[in-house]
Design a protein around this ligand. Sequence first.
Ligand SMILES: Cc1cc2nc3c(=O)[nH]c(=O)nc-3n(C[C@H](O)[C@H](O)[C@H](O)COP(=O)(O)OP(=O)(O)OC[C@H]3O[C@@H](n4cnc5c(N)ncnc54)[C@H](O)[C@@H]3O)c2cc1C
Length: 465
Amino acid sequence: MRDSYDTIVVGAGIAGLGVAAILAAEAGEKVLVLDRYDRPGGRLMSYPDTPGRGWKIDIGLHMTELGDASSIHAINERVGVEVSWGPFSETVQFYHDGQFINIAELVPMSGDERRAFGSTLRLIAEMEDAEIAAWDDRSLAEWLAENVPSEAVRDLFTDMGMIMTTIPEAIDMAAGEVLYIGRDNLRKKSQLLTSSYPLGGMDAVTRGLVKVIEDNRGRIETGREVTEVAFKGKRVNGVKALKHARGGPYPGYYAMPEPEEIGAAKVVCALPIYQLPAIIDFAPAASAMPSWWTKRIKDIMHEVTCLVGFMLGLSEPVTDMPCFFSALRTPHAGLPFQAFPASNFDPGVAPAGKQLLHTDVVCEYPEASDPFERRRILERLWKDLLEMFPGLDDTVEWKIPYYVSGCDGLARKPGLVGDFKPKLQAPGIDNLFFAGDTYIGRGLAMNGAALSAMHCADLILGGLD
Ligand SMILES: Cc1cc2nc3c(=O)[nH]c(=O)nc-3n(C[C@H](O)[C@H](O)[C@H](O)COP(=O)(O)OP(=O)(O)OC[C@H]3O[C@@H](n4cnc5c(N)ncnc54)[C@H](O)[C@@H]3O)c2cc1C
């Protein structure tokens, strides 16, 4: 068995890098982070000079809820890394009846309704943790029916809930998660939802963590696929990992190279739950994990939202507004829509005078994972975009279609948020841990991942019970 580490972290996304940086910087642990891709960052990766000089694109549309007051900021700050932020999004512009309008115009309110809206915001800002947790297995539609008499205010909350959860219907949104995100934003920024963009693109929130790990004797090895968490009885003693990235003509490559064993006192699996069966044996007769745990992971692992969209490089801006664009359903694709002109928040991500525009629609797994349906969705989305942003066609320098399933962790549906998410420590195995956006942790997607990483590190360091 090669070397021995205090902790091996599987996955170099924000969660894995965060846990490793804290353990290395705060406890002097010797850590090894392994990732199967050729660079760290996970879903927060960005690509310098792609698709050409001067462009810097993230994987798809990314904004950070709460910016300098977020868990993403906090995890960097905790290990001494400073992240700088662009402006906060000024408004949310919704596409409605052939034009983009401000969210306030979308749901016009009388004086009484505005007062009702204010009281609802106060109610949320004052909620205790336990009151919010009591709504984790109930829907936003139910919370609104019980607490908000005004229909206009209920509509406004449903629109905001869609942006928070990427789920279109209030009956499918977990009330607890929407209330938590709303309360956090109201307490820290006096608004129901605020978001910003890190200067330098999304890898600005992960590259400092990489440096902290390396400056503290830690190692990050990319292009290393972990094939197995190695158990000895009821403890883990390391992992098995391929020495080189696996490549081949088939998704399931027919050659099975011999992995290398690497020893560790602890292992943190910082990859989403839907990737766990690739590294932990789930077979009931053989698994070191109890069958109720493997069954629950299998039951919920496809509860994810998916995105299909275009990343666009434009020769000139189609909008100069630093804001988030949305629609509950687009005219052609008929799906919830989001767009974000990243270069309006950080001009450094596009060549001078040009615009980087991210766009996508939110889909369910069955339609997004079917390649034919996906192409149809892209065709319809393109028609939507031409209608929404007049003149777009004449400015397109490059256009990259993309698709992701499991974009932001477990779908924030009733029964899948808060303490209903899988825990950060393996049941009955005291040196196996988990971190990331599909495990316990609150906040909008990347913030959920960062918070879970901080909690996981605290658990390992003995600060949490
Ligand atoms: C297109 C898109 C848009 C998004 N938009 C937003 C947004 O606007 N706001 C927001 O808050 N969040 C957004 N998110 C979600 C956010 O990016 C994620 O919540 C966050 O990055 C998850 O981090 P993580 O560390 O939990 O997981 P990941 O980043 O997925 O990290 C897991 C890592 O594990 C590695 N791995 C997997 N299997 C193995 C293996 N066998 N061996 C070794 N390594 C392995 C993977 O390569 C990966 O690097 C978006 C995500 C996507 C994809």
